[in-house]
Structures are given as C-alpha cells and as structure tokens.
Design a binder for this molecule. Structure first.
Ligand code: NAD
Length: 485
C-alpha cells in the first residue's frame, strides 16, 4: 500500500532539492512509506533549476500554491547560487510563511557514532524571523555600511514561550537563554527580559541566562550541562551547527521550522555538491526532519517506529562514510535506508528508545496583550557623512548651524565612541558621525523640531544620511546613552 492510499493521508509538500537532495529524499520517502506514514505527497521543484529560470528566490508561484494548500513542507537541501541578485530560499520561505521557531535537536549516539561528548542531548530553539536577518542593510558613507538588528517584544515572547512549552512537553528540566545583553542592552536586553518574565510562568523548569560567548564556549566544552537553549536568530544559527557537529556529524541532525499556519522540516546540512550522485550521503538528517514532521502532524506512532528503527540501525553498526568509526565498512545512502526499513518495528537496546506524545502539534503560544505606553521624545540622533576627521571642528559647524534651534548639540560619537566633548585624540574616526541633539527638558522635543534641525543642517551643507528619534516609553529610555555617560 502506498502512503497516499492510507486512510487519513495528510497532504504534504515535498521538494527533492539539489546536490545530494534527490538521493536523501528518495531514501527518506522509502523509509516513510515502509513505516506506514499516512501522507499524500505533492512534489514541487525549488532551487537551482528555478533560480535558473529567473526566479530570484528559487521558488515559483506554483510551489507557493502547494505550500499554502498543504502548510506542511518536507524540504531537501538546495544549492544557493553564488553572486548578487539571488535571495536565500530558506530565509524567504521562513519569513513568508511566518515560521518563527527553528527547533534543532542535537544528540550524541555514542558509542555508535564517534563523539567527544557521549552524554550530549541539547534541544536548540532558535528565533527564526528577526534579528540581523531582516536583511535591511545600507551603505551610508564612503567608508561605512550598516545592518539593522530588529528585535520585537511579541517575537521574543513567542519564541521564549515556545521553548518553555517544548521543554515541558518533552519532560526536559532546564531552559538556558543566550544573548549578548551586556553590550546590546536594548535589543538583546529585551530578549533576556522577556525570558525572565516568561520563566515565571514555568516554575517547574529551571531557567538560566548566559552571555552568548561564554555560553558557546561552555556548550562546545560541556554540552551535557545544557538541556534546552533559546536564543536570537544569528547566535542560534551559529550555535546549532556547532552543536550538531560536536554531537557527531552535521549529516545527522534534522530541524523543524514552526509557524502559526505552516511548518517546514529539513536536514540542517546543505546540498554537499561534491557528494552528489555518488550514493554516499547520509540520509539521517532529512529522515529525522521527517520524523519531526510526523510528530507535528499527529502521526506519533509512525514517528516513533521510524526513529527507533533508525537508532537500532546505528546500534547494528550500519553507517554511512561520515559517521563510520575506524574499522567500520561504510554503506551507501540506499543501503542505509534499506537497513532502517529492515529494522522497522524494532527498538534499540543500548541507546534510549524514543517515545512521541500521541497529541498533535504543540499550539503556537499567544502573546500577552499590553497597554500602549506613553511615547515622548527627548531629541534626535542625526548620522552624518562628513569627511573632515576633526570632531571639535564638526562641533563648531553644528553649533553654528543650529544656533537658536529648539534642539541643542549634546555629543558626537564615531562608531559609537564619544569624540566630543572630551574625546581622545587617539580615537580612530571614519567618515560616519552620530551627532546627538536634545531638547532642554526631557520629553519636550517635537517632530517639527527635527525637521527644523535637518533643514538647518542641510543649509549648512552637512550631509545627513539617517536619523533616529530619542524616545521615552512611559518615562523609560528607548535609546542607549553614549559611551562615557
Ligand atoms: P554542506 O552542509 O552542504 O556541506 C558541509 C560539509 O558537510 C561537507 O563536507 C559535506 O560533505 C558534509 N555533509 C553535508 N551533508 C552531508 C550528508 N548528508 N552526508 C555526509 N556528509 C555531509 O555545506 P556547504 O558545502 O557549505 O554548502 C553547499 C550548498 O548547500 C551551498 O550552496 C549552500 O548555500 C547550500 N546550503 C543549503 C542549505 C539548505 O537548503 N537548508 C543549508 C546549508 C547550505
């Protein structure tokens, strides 16, 4: 009986991808079929061929239609074309479908897969839509480019609640938050603050926060000290590859991208072009991604059968080249899938067998409604493209230009370092300056004051490239103070 003939077959969209994608997808679908997965597969084409037809994100309208219809996507890796003009297909899909959570289990399978961390079992929950991945970048001066890091309160709350919910559901005991809020006090600070707030709703779970640099070092050294990790997008991206690699191989880990309306499941690795067409790639990452999909769509029985057969296969010493230990003769992609199929119905003896809760997908957490704060303005930061590198001369120009204006020059920084007043001559300066103007009284600045100031700067021949309002929200500062204040 074929998957789609099973009663209650769930429609899912499948893409075979590029490089090793078609081989590992074929292996995965064969295992799912043999395990009795109840799936009605709709195939779409994405990746290289579609980029080649002129679709800059590697996906066409027909594929979107399928994804919007099934809302469940099993995706093999694709090859991202080099050079400008192309968009990342993964980022496009995640953002367009609102897949806010990236969930990556990183587990060691010692002694069957060589690893220095035999007790490792870490679940990484990465925020998937915000942070530096908004892709808002600008070149503002001859010398300086910028990338906007956007962090929203609802975005933080959703991912942090999701991580705690997941931890509770999976019987885990601790959630660790990793940020860099000693430096990024507003953006990462918000993530940390929301983590502290949400953790109070989960008194049964331990909660800790670590600065991401020491947290990553500890993860690489002592991963068994971690349980569930929740972190913003960029740190999560880096961390989850490190974690997968030290658990055994990037070829082993699957990943789920979860949204309110849709979900995408994949391997964490790429299309490995040098291995393509050679029947050597490990299909395990995609297979475990597919297991996460089965659990998500309420087929816990099949997820469990496949996962336990896969663990039994590892225990039997069947291994593709990437995970074969010394003295083990590696098998190919197809033979590995056959070995898993042969063991369907078996449970591992040495590795812990898995169980999946028989309830369907974890609901997406709702975000707490909050009253809108009172927003007032203290002044404005104006960013200038200015070639002369003398801060005192720039201050003199600005003061002359703004003489009599409602906003007064308060300080000048260059790359965040205060250079006026009381700067150090040793500070290296670029052609990109932040000049801060404030009203005499806190909260008394008006938007018209900013327009007036910009007009004066324009007439003085100063090249402003961007402005940022200095706001207060219910009297809480909405901007960082300059260094040295
Ligand atoms: P990669 O993950 O394809 O390969 C990195 C290394 O891991 C290689 O040494 C490769 O041989 C090995 N490897 C990866 N998967 C394996 C498997 N299943 N079995 C055995 N060994 C495996 O990363 P890359 O080489 O940096 O990228 C190749 C292409 O994949 C690029 O075009 C990149 O943009 C794309 N990519 C796609 C995705 C995705 O679609 N989700 C993710 C990452 C990279």
């Amino acid at each position: 009986m074929k998957m789609s003939d099973q009663p209650g077959a769930v429609p899912v969209t499948v893409a075979r991808g590029d490089g090793i994608g078609p081989e590992i997808m074929e292996a995965t679908l064969r295992v799912l079929d043999a395990a009795g997965a109840r799936l009605a597969v709709e195939e779409i084409q994405i990746g290289e061929a579609v980029y080649g037809r002129g679709h800059t994100a590697g996906i066409d309208a027909q594929a979107w239609e399928s994804l919007r219809r099934t809302r469940v996507f099993l995706k093999a890796p694709i090859t991202t074309p080099q050079g400008g003009g192309f968009k990342s297909l993964n980022v496009t899909i995640r953002k367009s479908l609102g897949l806010f959570a990236n969930v990556r289990p990183c587990v060691a399978y010692a002694p069957f897969v060589p690893t220095r961390h035999p007790k490792m079992d870490v679940l990484i929950v990465r925020e998937n839509e915000e942070d530096l991945y908004a892709g808002i970048e600008h070149r503002q001066t001859d010398e300086v480019t910028q990338c906007l890091k956007l962090i929203s309160r609802p975005g933080c709350e959703r991912i942090v609640r999701y991580a705690f919910d997941q931890a509770r559901r999976l019987g885990r005991s601790k959630v660790t938050c990793l940020t860099k809020d000693n430096i990024m006090k507003l953006t990462d600070g918000l993530f940390h603050r929301v983590f502290d707030e949400v953790s109070r709703d989960f008194p049964d779970l331990a909660a800790e926060h670590l600065i991401v640099d020491i947290g990553t070092a500890r993860l690489a050294d002592t991963p068994e000290a971690f349980d569930v990790i929740v972190t913003p997008n960029l740190y999560g991206d880096v961390l989850s590859d490190v974690a997968a690699q030290i658990a055994g191989s990037v070829g082993l880990a699957g990943s789920a991208n979860i949204g309110e309306q849709a979900a995408m499941f994949e391997a964490i690795h790429g299309s490995a072009p040098p291995l393509a067409g050679r029947d050597v790639a490990n299909p395990s990452g995609l297979l475990l991604g597919a297991v996460m999909m089965l659990a998500h769509i309420g087929q816990a029985d099949v997820a469990e059968r496949v996962h336990n057969a896969w663990l039994t296969t590892l225990e039997a010493g069947v291994a593709t080249a990437d995970i074969a230990g010394p003295g083990t003769e590696p098998v190919g992609t197809r033979a590995f899938a056959d070995a898993v199929i042969d063991r369907l119905g078996q449970r591992p003896a040495a590795l812990p067998p898995v169980t999946y809760p028989a309830v369907p997908q974890q609901p997406v957490p709702t975000v707490t409604a909050r009253p809108a704060p009172v927003k007032t303005m203290d002044g404005v930061d104006v960013f200038l493209h200015h070639d002369d590198r003398d801060p005192a001369a720039l201050a003199a120009l600005l003061r002359t230009a703004a003489a009599g204006a409602p906003l007064e020059l308060q300080m000048i920084t260059n790359r965040g370092v205060k250079v006026w007043p009381d700067g150090l001559p040793e500070t290296f300066c670029t052609d990109h300056w932040r000049v801060r103007f404030r009203s005499a009284r806190p909260g008394a600045a008006r938007r018209g004051d900013v327009v007036d100031l910009l007009d004066r700067l324009d007439r003085a021949g100063l090249d402003f490239v961007k402005t940022e309002g200095l706001y207060r929200f219910d009297d809480e500062l909405g901007y960082s103070l300059g260094q040295g204040q």
